[in-house]
Design a protein around this ligand. Sequence first.
Ligand SMILES: Nc1ncnc2c1ncn2[C@@H]1O[C@H](COP(=O)(O)OP(=O)(O)O)[C@@H](O)[C@H]1O
Ligand SMILES: Nc1ccn([C@H]2C[C@H](O)[C@@H](COP(=O)(O)OP(=O)(O)O)O2)c(=O)n1
Length: 233
Amino acid sequence: MSEQGRAEGIVIAIDGPSGSGKSSTAKGVARVRELRYLDTGAMYRAMTWWMIEHQVDVDDAAAVADAASRPVITMGTDPNAPTVQVDGSDVARAIRGQAVTENVSAVSAVPAVRSLLVRQQRDIIASACAETAGIVVEGRDITTVVAPDAAVKVYLTASAEARAQRRSSEVSATDVAATQADLARRDLLDSSRAASPLTQTPDAMELDSTGLGLKEVVALVVKLVDDAPARVA
Ligand SMILES: Nc1ncnc2c1ncn2[C@@H]1O[C@H](COP(=O)(O)OP(=O)(O)O)[C@@H](O)[C@H]1O
Ligand SMILES: Nc1ccn([C@H]2C[C@H](O)[C@@H](COP(=O)(O)OP(=O)(O)O)O2)c(=O)n1
């Protein structure tokens, strides 16, 4: 504890597979408790978008590693208006495109990409904790690698069917079966890679959101936040 015993911002870490509700839940919790919000998946997507734009072969891990330090990725952490920029341009829409979604697992498996982005994520978390009440961070390795000492750790799941249904209802006329196959492909890549695979640690609270509404899930996580012991720096 410092001489002043100053209150330190809280860190809430949420991991889980695609479509489990991480982004919506994290934003909801951050709004309710006036915390910052960080979508780490958007950072891997931004890196992938830059690689595609610059014609780097995303299946060539050495080429990706060589280029990884070139894009400047900037994240805005207001949960009411989160932003993602690459080299000063807004890429929020572009990073949700099909080319990025198809290639993001390959880019995020490259250790040089991960070490760069994890360092940046930790810097964002440290600033939020120093300057605000704290931050909700979501991704695949937040509870295990980025913030293993987070005050609240959640592993959010939902059945494969529910996740595919949710994802495909975001876009009109999307084939649920095709979406489910794409999620399964990405889950497998993200869970089986050597570098920081998606894993559930025993100290992360498992929350199965199948059959639960978003409001209920947010309320459950807010309760965990409220019950977490206060930290001082
Ligand atoms: N508990 C829930 N019940 C129903 N739909 C949900 C729930 N949580 C999230 N959603 C919806 O599912 C979709 C995917 O959620 P999102 O938060 O983007 O997941 P993730 O970040 O894990 O990929 C979004 O359209 C979101 O509104
Ligand atoms: N902390 C993280 C977050 C995302 N990733 C990778 C793995 C995911 O397939 C991609 C995209 O993440 P994102 O959260 O945007 O994925 P979805 O919203 O679930 O489609 O990034 C990662 O490796 N580590």
